[in-house]
Design a binder for this molecule. Structure first.
Ligand SMILES: *Cc1c(COP(=O)(O)O)cnc(C)c1O
Length: 454
């Protein structure tokens, strides 16, 4: 029989609804708390910061299925469905009995999965009559995706870009500016939060936490403006479920069902997106698929962080979020997978991990690049340094299957391509990158500062 390499859905089979996992969870995530009153957050508390529809989605614990607006679905058609690909080349190189599949989110116009939520968020902001939005970006992928989406829906956008990435990844800035956004390196003197951090540490190269503080400050002080976030929050994971919902249908086309589903982990959006529709079937149908997050050893919140209420940003503007965290003052090493450099995880992911419904592994930087290069050489696609963490975890699973002499079906999410990350590959290839594990002491120092709410 002829081998099929790529599985693609017809336009009419692109999902019409997103999947909200919370109603199906036996143990619900703990509530986010208002930073002032310490009371559970209500949607209205979020209205000054987020578009109302997004605030409602964030706290929606009752509706399992949420309709994808037609306008968003029309935009999805530009690049969806994304292909599900059987990685025959990688399987052969590993000489494994495992069947390896990947969902290729790198085919979006911006090169990553981030567009799935950017389009939804820009749409709801526009629908509410807003004219301006702000955001932060780490490696630049979220800012790029939102720039595209803001242009698609006719909004003005300011992006605070972590300074180290602004310097290391100039082409991301060019992409954002090409799609019409204004990009400011963070920390900056344009906000109180930024001024304070620069005063304390003039050479600071920034972090996502700082950039978030700046973007929220501007959003709440500019007329007709709201903030948007590309990961961590539940409504972002919701939008990303379009990935897993497509993958469910595509795996069916392939005649297989995954034994293990893998995603790299920054704040949790691409992992949630590929996993939740399959996890639903563990919860409701008793399937036994394993779900593995792959995070960098230099930013190990799921494998070594604490579960506690913490702020989502450095300045403490956000609600208190119950999550696995390294502490909001954690300043990560300058590893190249910038999109994975965030101190915390989302509330849903954190609860699922506590309940043992998902697993976490940490990946060393050199192992991620080694896996990324093997993937490029066997499957042809240069993966984003973030996605290479998922590939490394998939390789480990495939080699385990070989050792055990057992067939197994592995599905991982290729969250993005690395064509704008070649500086990082260059450094790896010339031997300039190293591994970095966070010392226990640094984790203990940062997490000791957290208030013991739990
Ligand atoms: C942002 C990003 C990530 C990490 O974010 P998650 O919310 O954890 O998905 C991973 N891969 C790529 C390509 C990204 O752009």
């Amino acid at each position: 029989m002829e081998k099929i390499k790529r599985f693609i859905l017809n336009e009419k089979d692109i999902p019409t609804r997103w999947y909200n996992i919370v109603p199906d969870m036996k143990n619900k995530p703990l509530p986010m708390l208002h930073p002032g009153t310490r009371q559970p957050l209500k949607p209205q508390d979020l209205y000054p910061v987020f578009a109302e529809a997004l605030a409602e989605q964030e706290l929606n614990t009752t509706d399992t299925w949420i309709d994808i607006p037609d306008e968003v679905r029309e935009q999805y058609k530009v690049y969806r469905s994304t292909p599900l690909v059987r990685a025959y080349g990688l399987e052969k190189a590993l000489d494994t009995p495992a069947h390896i599949y990947f969902k290729n989110e790198s085919v979006s116009p911006v090169g990553s999965h981030k567009l799935n939520s950017a389009l939804a968020q820009a749409y709801y902001c526009k629908k509410q009559g807003l004219e301006n939005i702000t955001t932060e970006t780490g490696a630049g992928q979220w800012g790029t995706a939102l720039s595209y989406a803001a242009k698609a829906f006719g909004l003005n956008l300011i992006v605070y870009m972590v300074k180290i990435s602004f310097e290391q990844k100039p082409y991301r800035r060019s992409l954002m500016e090409t799609w019409g956004a204004k990009v400011i390196p963070s920390p900056s003197v344009t906000t109180k939060a930024g001024q304070k951090i620069i005063a304390a540490n003039p050479t600071y190269k920034g972090s996502l936490g700082t950039a978030i503080s700046e973007a929220i400050e501007v959003a709440t002080q500019t007329p007709n403006c709201r903030y948007t976030l590309g990961s961590v929050l539940s409504h972002v994971s919701l939008h990303q479920t379009v990935i897993g919902l497509e993958a469910e249908k595509q795996m069916e086309m392939a005649g297989e069902y995954p034994d293990v589903v893998i995603g790299c982990f920054g704040g949790g959006s691409n992992f949630s997106g590929i996993s939740f529709p399959f996890l639903r079937r563990n919860i409701l149908e008793g399937k036994t698929t394993r779900f593995v997050t792959a995070e960098p050893a230099s930013c190990p919140k799921l494998t070594r962080g604490v579960f506690q209420y913490d702020f989502g940003d450095e300045a403490g503007y956000t609600p208190l979020i119950p999550m696995f965290t390294l502490g909001h003052e954690f300043s990560p090493a300058h590893i190249h997978a910038g999109g994975l450099r965030y101190h915390g995880a989302g509330t849903i992911i954190s609860q699922l991990l506590r309940d043992g419904l998902i697993e976490a592994v940490d990946i060393q930087q050199l192992d991620s690049f080694k896996a990324g290069i093997l993937f490029a050489q066997t499957e042809g696609i240069i993966p984003a340094p973030e996605s290479a963490h998922a590939i490394a975890a998939a390789v480990t699973e495939a080699l385990k299957a070989k050792e055990e002499g057992k067939a197994k079906t592995i599905l991982f999410n290729l969250s993005g391509h690395g064509l704008i990350d070649m500086t990082a590959y260059d450094q790896y290839l010339s031997g300039k990158l190293s591994n970095y594990s966070l010392p226990d002491e640094e984790i203990a120092n940062n997490t000791a500062k957290l208030e013991k709410i739990i």
